[in-house]
Design a protein around this ligand. Structure first.
Ligand SMILES: Nc1ncnc2c1ncn2[C@@H]1O[C@H](COP(=O)(O)OP(=O)(O)O)[C@@H](O)[C@H]1O
Ligand SMILES: [Mg+2]
Length: 145
């Protein structure tokens, strides 16, 4: 699915919608791999996703790598910007998060390509040339499985 948004709030709504579809499909867990450059709206999308589960206070976890949130579902919010290799991932306990009940959402998943679990949902956000404040959001999801 492709969405076009004109504000951070609209991007949040797209994130909210994905959370709602996963929840209604009774997917108790999923790995959401986000792609897109700095300032494109990955954290905004995550904020909306979290909001669906009653979670607030989502911030870019750039310095902590992962923020854990508890709401109607667990949400593990990663920022892989500083991850250079598998050792870095190992040191944050990545494998345990991936296997945990709940949702993982990873900003800068470009940096962990090899370690993205099978069945992940890819969310790619890009700017639209010459249009400040507009974004294209591509969600590659197969909720049927
Ligand atoms: N359509 C849009 N969707 C998302 N963010 C937008 C949009 N238009 C403008 N923005 C702005 O872009 C910035 C996105 O920030 P953020 O979500 O932190 O990006 P990222 O996590 O990708 O670095 C915010 O300042 C937001 O207000
Ligand atoms: Mg961010």
């Amino acid at each position: 699915m492709t969405y076009f948004t004109k504000s951070a709030e609209e991007t949040e709504r797209v994130g909210y919608g994905l959370a709602e579809r996963l929840d209604k499909a009774k997917k108790g867990r999923a790995f959401i791999a986000m792609r897109g450059e700095m300032g494109v709206g990955k954290t905004a999308f995550t904020r909306g996703f979290a909001d669906y589960f009653g979670i607030s206070g989502v911030k870019s976890p750039t310095y902590t790598i992962v923020n854990e949130h508890r709401g109607r579902a667990n949400l593990y919010h990663f920022d892989m910007y500083r991850i250079a290799d598998g050792d870095d991932l190992y040191s944050i306990g990545y494998d345990d998060y991936v296997e945990a009940e709940g949702y993982c959402i990873a900003e800068w998943s470009e940096n962990i390509e090899e370690d993205i679990p099978e069945g992940a949902i890819f969310v790619t956000i890009s700017r639209i040339d010459g249009k400040e404040g507009e974004r294209r959001i591509e969600i590659n999801e197969d909720i049927s499985i």
